[in-house]
Design a protein around this ligand. Structure first.
Ligand SMILES: [Fe+2]
Length: 245
């Protein structure tokens, strides 16, 4: 591949960098992991190119979880934050025009979902999901409240660190990657069995967004920076496709 006449070379997928599918410490992986050798299905033109999402479908408040579910004049309860960063390819170039979706628990650690059973209350002004399209340089930004940690039935007393789920769509719906972002300084990160499937501290650090005081809004919101890398040495860990795109 060339850009501006330079040969950037080809960076192959590295499946070994990603966690193993079978990781008994994360109990659900026992049933979810493949029991037989993988089969490869060739994709066809329709899976590679369509269907596509309509950019015009993005609403004005879709990137503002503080307000996109709130009654007029009200807002979600919780520490107000900005999450921002860039979607990058393997050479560090920004990926424009990608649909980014994100979902999270509320400030008490509870999801708005019919199967959610945690005793923390719902916030009537917080839905918990949003979306946006990355800009020309692959950049993105959205506003939300910092989610709370929550317990989950993996063992006798397991708690998820505060996190935000991310989905990235490519040019067709068959191209989808899913990952999670954690928050710098959260003491639950090293205790979490899901984080524990990552193979290195670097991989954990890559999923942990640092506080960025330069991007905070004084008297309003703190800022956390999270870049998503599709392939290469800095590739983000994706749950559904270990090798990335
Ligand atoms: Fe979650």
């Amino acid at each position: 591949m060339t850009e501006n006449g330079q040969n950037r070379g080809y960076i192959a997928r590295d499946r070994d960098r990603q966690p193993d599918a079978y990781t008994p410490g994360y109990k659900t992986s026992v049933k979810r992991s493949p029991q037989a050798a993988l089969l490869s299905f060739p994709t066809t033109l329709s899976e590679e190119t369509s269907p596509v999402f309509g950019h015009g479908l993005i609403g004005k408040l879709d990137n503002d979880l503080i307000h996109n579910y709130a009654k007029p004049g009200e807002s979600a309860i919780g520490p107000r934050i900005i999450v921002y960063g860039r979607l990058l390819d393997e050479t560090g170039r920004g990926v424009p025009g990608a649909l980014l979706e994100f979902w999270q628990a509320n400030a008490g650690g509870r999801y708005r979902h019919k199967k959610e059973g945690y005793i923390a209350p719902l916030d009537p002004n917080f839905g918990g999901c949003g979306r946006l399209i990355t800009g020309e340089d692959g950049s993105y930004e959205f506003r939300t409240i910092q989610p709370g940690p929550y317990p989950w039935p993996n063992g006798p007393n397991e708690w998820r660190p505060a996190h935000i789920h991310f989905s990235v769509f490519g040019h067709g719906f068959a191209q989808r990657l899913i990952t999670q972002m954690y928050f710098e300084g959260d003491p639950l990160i090293p205790l979490c069995p899901i984080v524990g499937v990552l193979k290195s501290q670097q991989a954990i650090d890559d999923l942990t967004a640092p506080l960025d005081m330069n991007r905070t809004l004084p008297m309003d919101a703190r800022a956390y920076k999270f870049d998503i890398v599709l392939r290469g040495r800095r590739q983000t860990y994706f749950e559904n496709r270990r090798e990335g795109l």
